[in-house]
Design a protein. Structure first.
Length: 334
């Protein structure tokens, strides 16, 4: 594996290599490193991995929760779910069937998942495509080219969400108008709140050498989300609790990595999710079926230049060692 695509301007991301003929222990620790490339709200990277020889545990790190924009931790758990999916992708690319226990300990709600290796499996071309996408993927906030995504590719993205237990609803033009109006109202409410503005300011427009948050060199995460071109979609599913949010995050990663592998650009839009009135509008757009988790803009990128890669914390700050004994884990379908 290499670092980010050299056509993108810089931003430190942890480098790692896939081990040759890895044993389960080295595959698990590599999977935790690959997961550090996952997207997270405002690049908070709200996760902590603890690596053992026979499992790796994923914890939500509450220190990084956005207290104003994300009081329930919905976006935090979504971000961790994306990291979990990245780790699962890495295990498959190293020839191991992952087994996952989600929320394995009722007394530790911050322990989101325990990931282990079930058995060796053949490495497929699809697994390698998704693996490559983990380092190429980035949030593309530039404009979107004026060419529609082929219906068959959109169907592949819907399947990617479905394979992770969530759904991707592509909005029609009327729905886009409704949701954009709701998002504008949500942003106005948020920007009228001094605490929200302070929080947003503290995570964005940061110095170029930071390792969390969004540096000023990266296109701003708020404003001009709604280009006339591109497709808008809502990621949704059943349930509005941490168990559902974790799966939704896995689905987000599945959709995003698949889109990256197909050369598409994605920009999440979370303002409309952050306030109850915005979620209510999305719920109605979904005809009352399911809970909305995130809105996405999907499209053909305008080119490959001018995207800044957002940095990550050094791996040692997000990955530590596990000391507890392992439990039995349930397998994932091959
Ligand atoms: C749950 C979630 C919500 C996000 N919301 C937004 C958003 O509203 N606007 C935006 O521009 N980016 C959004 N992002 C993208 C993050 O800012 C981005 O993942 C992070 O800065 C890391 O950059 P990268 O995706 O380029 O690696 C979101 C990401 C996640 C996982």
């Amino acid at each position: 594996m290499t670092g980010p695509d050299t056509e993108h301007t810089n931003g430190h991301r942890p480098a790692f290599g896939l081990p040759h003929e890895p044993d389960p222990a080295s595959a698990l620790s590599t999977a935790a490193l690959v997961a550090l490339h996952a997207p997270s709200v405002h690049n908070t990277q709200p996760w902590h991995w603890r690596v053992g020889t026979d499992r790796v545990d994923l914890y939500a790190d509450e220190r990084w929760r956005l207290r104003v924009a994300d009081p329930d931790g919905r976006l935090l758990v979504l971000s961790c779910g994306a990291a979990l999916h990245h780790a699962r992708v890495a295990l498959r690319a190293m020839g191991f069937l992952p087994s996952v226990r989600r929320f394995p300990d009722r007394t530790r709600p911050d322990l989101l998942a325990s990931l282990a290796v079930d058995k060796p499996i053949p490495v497929t071309a699809q697994a390698l495509d998704l693996m490559r996408a983990t380092t190429a993927r980035h949030t593309d906030r530039r404009g979107i080219a004026d060419s529609p995504v082929p219906e068959r590719t959109l169907a592949v993205l819907r399947e990617a969400a479905g394979s992770e237990g969530a759904w991707l609803h592509l909005l029609n033009d009327d729905q886009v108008r409704t949701v954009v109006a709701a998002a504008a109202r949500a942003e106005a409410v948020e920007m009228g709140d001094a605490a929200f503005r302070r929080e947003l300011d503290s995570w964005t427009n940061r110095p170029a050498d930071v390792t969390v948050g969004i540096p000023a060199t990266v296109h701003p995460p708020r404003g001009d989300e709604y280009s006339r071109t591109g497709h808008y979609a809502v990621l949704y599913g059943s349930g509005d609790r941490p168990t559902a949010w974790l799966r939704a995050g896995e689905a987000l990663s599945a959709v995003w990595l698949t889109a990256t592998a197909h050369g598409l650009a994605i920009r999440p839009i979370s303002a409309v999710i952050e306030i109850p009135a915005g979620r209510a509008v999305l719920h109605k757009v979904l005809s009352g079926v399911g809970s909305p988790y995130l809105m996405l803009r999907i499209g053909v990128p305008v080119g490959t230049n001018g995207v800044s890669m957002t940095p990550r914390r050094p791996a040692e700050e997000s990955v530590g060692l596990l000391t507890e004994p392992a439990d039995e884990a349930a397998s994932e379908a091959p």
